[in-house]
Design a protein around this ligand. Structure first.
Ligand SMILES: NC(=O)c1ccc[n+]([C@@H]2O[C@H](COP(=O)([O-])OP(=O)(O)OC[C@H]3O[C@@H](n4cnc5c(N)ncnc54)[C@H](OP(=O)(O)O)[C@@H]3O)[C@@H](O)[C@H]2O)c1
Length: 312
């Protein structure tokens, strides 16, 4: 199929493009940068140079590309994953998703694109017992940064799924790990864990759903080829509380054990958002993706390796 990817040069975009090429699809990738355009050309991908805030340029690029399918993976997230850097990046990240994303969607619709897939987030189902499903409402009234993100995501999802002229698919991804992500050994959280700057908050009961970046790419290609319009949670098989994944991550990195801090100290350092991620977050069920997309995620890399090391 002929597919245009917006955000094809980022952390998820790179393995996604590799997987789409491996499956024989014809690709066009949107980028702002002439350097990225040259790198895309070298991979056999047609670049389309446009800034997503420039609605006219996006419209021309999409019309010229004549894609049957558009995949949107736009973000403006920082290289570091701290409360401060995420807070500072949030307004622009929201803008690129809302305004930039609206331009790409409008251009796709005008060009007669049949199917449109967009990135969304798996970790904002309202806290509660068990795993969140695709029907679980989002945490629109959670702590300030989480609620703001959840409201943006909710608007983006409604906008796409409410569009009667295009087959909309929402991919709510778990926490990315693997090459180019914050959770790679050379990523920012790897650095923080080595420096004992990434603590367990309280008892560490918050549950995180993980997703290797290459499994994210495979699930996305499966959704392109055989997904049905609607929402898919894409995450691995074993959502884990912070008190399990973080010590194992530290061990895998050969870092000291993570420090543990009280709820009061966490609140002072990171506000209520720190409590959400550390104590309240809810894991996500991947049952629908397994059933409908044949999704088979790998087990969490550092949990497997630390178990092997313990057994040895
Ligand atoms: N679920 C998750 O855990 C999750 C989700 C998303 C991101 N992240 C994390 O966030 C970090 C950054 O990852 P990322 O891949 O999203 O960011 P990134 O590497 O900065 O990629 C952003 C993508 O958006 C494109 N883009 C940005 N602004 C644009 C504009 N104005 N016009 C056109 N294209 C534009 C970029 O294209 P050009 O630069 O080529 O123009 C690039 O392809 C990583 O650590 C990743 O793991 C995590």
């Amino acid at each position: 199929m002929r597919i245009l990817v917006a955000g094809g040069t980022g952390a998820i975009g790179r393995p996604l493009i590799a997987e789409l090429l491996a499956k024989g699809h014809t690709l066009i990738a949107l980028t702002r940068s002439p350097e990225n355009a040259s790198a895309l050309r070298a991979q056999g991908i047609e670049p389309a140079i446009a800034d997503v805030f420039d609605a006219d340029a996006v419209s021309v690029a999409v019309r010229r590309a004549r894609p049957e399918i558009v995949i949107e993976q736009l973000t403006a997230l920082p290289r570091t994953y701290t409360a401060e850097s995420m807070r500072a990046a949030a307004p622009f990240n929201h803008r690129i998703r809302l305004e930039g994303g609206a331009n790409v969607l409008a251009a796709a619709q005008a060009a007669g694109v049949r199917r449109y897939l967009r990135q969304s987030i798996a970790f904002w189902g309202v806290p509660g017992r068990g795993l969140a499903t695709e029907d679980t409402p989002l945490s629109l009234d959670a702590s300030p940064a989480v609620a703001a993100d959840a409201r943006v995501v909710s608007e983006l999802e409604h906008r796409l799924l409410g569009n009667p002229n295009i087959e909309g698919i929402i991919l709510r991804y778990g926490f990315f790990y693997g090459p180019g992500t914050w959770f790679a050994p050379d990523g920012d959280v790897g650095r923080q864990v080595r420096q004992q700057q990434f603590p367990i908050v309280g008892s560490g009961a918050g549950v995180w759903s993980w997703l290797h970046i290459e499994d994210a790419a495979c699930a996305t290609v499966a959704a392109v080829e055989q997904g049905k319009p609607g929402i898919y949670l894409i995450a691995d098989d074993e959502p884990l509380a912070v008190n399990r994944w973080l010590p194992a991550f530290a061990q895998w990195l050969k870092a000291p054990a993570p420090p543990q801090i009280s709820l009061a100290d966490a609140r002072e350092a990171g506000g209520e958002d720190a409590i959400y991620y550390g104590m309240q977050m809810r894991g996500a069920s991947n049952a629908k993706a397994k059933r409908e997309l044949g999704f088979r995620p790998r087990p969490l890399e550092w949990l497997v390796e630390s178990a092997v090391a313990q057994a040895g």
